[in-house]
Design a protein around this ligand. Structure first.
Ligand SMILES: *Cc1c(COP(=O)(O)O)cnc(C)c1O
Length: 382
């Protein structure tokens, strides 16, 4: 298999799924392996431990990684099923499409949701957040990077506000589009749940729901007054299994996607071979290159300022008079796949470029230059 080469394909630079490394794809081709085999158990265990490591959490803190077959969205359901009881108050900080959907999901579980909506391209003001905390909601959710706007919320700062104004409120970070591309300090910020998926910054094919829960979040489930209203994503079912895998013991509740866990293990091995802060810096450098190059072409961005713009993706406005159908097919002809707009209010006005994982970190690939040159050609500015 040393002669492995990926099939020729267009460069995938959307905000997830992203380009995958050869070793990750090879690991995904691991032959049939029992989920309880002595070969697999330490792989799963190490994968769980490495998740804690990249989120800057320690085992001593009591945080619990949970890996289940599913996608990022399933992390929202995990909040609804495990942490929410009917009538519980939840504040959703909304910086785009994914805030709306998260709120919708939690309402399906009976949560009383208050949304604090930012204007398009902005983040909620401190005062609006403080006002929403006055009723001491059970949970507050933050979309770390809203993939529809490319807005990066100041999650560390918001966590400080919560600790000051409503310390008992559980802090849930939707980090589907920020794990392994943006700074996340789970223990230091006092987060209670980080929700992610494999196909974005982690650089692994889609199919795993990635969660880290704090001791306090786990205890919240234990203290519920009403039974957990779910089965497959009940933490009561999964946490003992995760603990067993991390302790090197076979365990079964439902079959994990063995090959995907091998792939995630391979990616995390590469990611943890250097401090996670280095990887975040690489994403910042990639982002700066992309955003500076687009600004030189006279293009504007959806986020209102650079300090609230994501480092793993860019939401950039079309020049006046152009729209997706004028630009995206021409980029595709040049083997470059970017994403159209997603936020309803501005959907025709912008497009999205992903620069996460190998595209951002392995700059010798030349992915970013290819994207920028392609855009220059298509806009007639080459
Ligand atoms: C992609 C994304 C999701 C949804 O993840 P899926 O894996 O598509 O289910 C949720 N939240 C954010 C911020 C995302 O970027």
């Amino acid at each position: 298999m040393s002669e492995f080469h990926q099939a020729a394909h267009k460069l995938l630079v959307i905000p997830g799924p992203i380009e995958f490394s050869d070793p990750v794809l090879l690991a995904n081709a691991t032959p049939g392996t029992a989920h309880t085999s002595p070969a697999f158990i330490p792989i799963f265990g190490a994968t769980l431990s490495m998740l804690r490591e990249i989120l800057l959490s320690t085992k001593e803190s009591g945080s619990q990684p949970i890996l289940i077959a599913g996608s990022g969205t399933m992390g929202w359901d995990a909040v609804g099923v495990n942490l929410v009881e009917r009538g519980d108050e939840v504040v959703v900080l909304n910086t785009g499409y994914f805030g709306d959907s998260f709120a919708d999901c939690l309402e399906a579980y009976g949560a009383k949701v208050t949304q604090v909506k930012a204007e398009v391209g902005g983040v909620p003001t401190d005062q609006a957040i403080i006002d929403a905390l006055a009723s001491h909601p059970k949970i507050i959710t933050i979309t770390h990077v809203d993939t529809s706007t490319g807005v990066l919320s100041p999650a560390g700062h918001i966590s400080q506000l919560v600790k000051k104004h409503s310390p008992d409120t559980l802090i849930v970070l939707d980090a589907v589009c920020s794990v392994a591309s943006e700074e996340i300090k789970f223990d230091e910020w006092g987060l209670d749940m980080v929700i992610s998926a494999t196909q974005k910054g982690l650089g692994v094919p889609p199919g795993l729901s990635v969660v880290l829960a704090s001791k306090r979040a786990v205890e919240t489930v234990e203290k519920r007054k009403t039974p957990v209203q779910g089965y497959y994503i009940s933490w009561n079912k999964w946490i003992p299994i995760m603990k067993n895998y991390e302790a090197g013991k076979p365990s079964y509740f439902a079959t994990p996607p063995v090959q995907l866990v091998y792939a995630l293990h391979t990616s995390l091995k590469a990611i943890t071979s250097a401090p996670i802060s280095d990887r975040v810096e690489d994403h910042k450098a990639a982002s700066k290159y992309v955003k500076d190059s687009l600004a030189e072409l006279g293009l504007d961005f959806v986020p209102k300022s650079r300090d609230i713009a994501a480092n793993g993706m860019t939401a950039v406005r079309f020049p006046k008079g152009l729209q997706a159908s004028d630009v995206l097919p021409k980029l595709a002809e040049r083997d470059i796949v970017v994403a159209a707009g997603l936020h309803k209010a501005i959907v025709t006005e912008y497009f999205r470029i992903g620069h996460m994982g190998v595209t951002a970190v392995n700059r010798e690939r030349g992915d970013l230059e290819k994207v920028i040159n392609g855009i220059k050609e298509v806009l007639g500015k080459a």
